[in-house]
Design a protein. Sequence first.
Length: 399
Amino acid sequence: MPASPIRKLVPYAEAAKTKGIKVYHLNIGQPDIETPAQALDAVRTADFKVLEYSHSAGNESYRRKLAGYYKSVGVEINHQQIIITTGGSEAILFGFMCCLDPGDEVIIPEPFYANYNGFAVAAGVVVKPITSYIENGFALPAISAFEAAITPKTKAIVICNPNNPTGYLYSKEEMETLKQIIIKHNLYLFSDEAYREFCYTGAHISAMQLTGVDNNVVLMDTISKRYSACGGRIGAFITRNQQLLDTAMKFAQARLSPPSFAQILGEAAIDLPTDYFDGTKAEYLKRRDTLVNRLNKMPGVFCPNPGGAFYAIARLPIDNADVFCQWLLESFAYNQQTVMLAPATGFYGTPGLGKNEVRLAYVLNTTAINAAMDCLEKALEVYPGTVRPTATDNAVAAV
């Protein structure tokens, strides 16, 4: 099982804190935005005598209301096509376990959410990465790249839209391209849409809105980021493929039921005012602009502007991202402060890629982001492995 690039440096952050150093956590997608009071109050005031199992597919009342939520965002499904899961993580694992046998292959554009690797290992599935590139903002790779990766063992494609870790928002044209590929090769399309509400440069196109592929598409979702309720561990596995739902239900029954209190929270959250996301989206947009502008003003740093979610990948003038991110916590402080980043190597499936890239989660307020960027800028000035531009580089840049 691979180590998480998001969490593997936690012991170093804890050690830094014991020395009195403030650590700005840009390594993990844990928002500082408050969980809606209305949703928390529903849990606090829940009145029952026995905390019993729910239905293995989740409470029917929640699934019915969730179907209404999806209808409001242009996804037509009914409550019987939804299985509530223990976080989006379990939905992804259900998809792998239901649709792929050990040794089968799944194609994922890289860099990708690191835990896809972990779930693939747990399911005995082989990840076949195809590379997207920072130079074009991590756009969907060309059809030819998919075609080259497809073998008789290929059973599915996984996307995250908007993307974690890049923030890339797939266009309607790119989604139609994926549709043509899965039709041609009879593949499943797993679409992780955890960040649907946070799109800045265009409209969100759900895989469930693609026509003619009802039996091929699986939507994987979660309330973690939508309502800043990461600890609730409530997600959803959604498909119109009845045979697949029946198969997933066997896994759902084996783990008995999803968390009860968080289902109450999720159900109450659906009743939030329709303008609830306006404020959170505006706040993330402000944070994105602050982060990206600061990064691109640093010598040798490049960060494309993310179209959605609350992540960005930046290319830094460093020799080794894993070493640098550990050094920030072990050996560096600026005004008794430092920043925790996630090395991008853990988001790539191809060995050697991402060695000079990091993922940053803009989940802190702009004051904290600016302080974190002050730390990063100073760190790049003194880090022993910083790659300094040569006279030749400067001449080429001038041309």
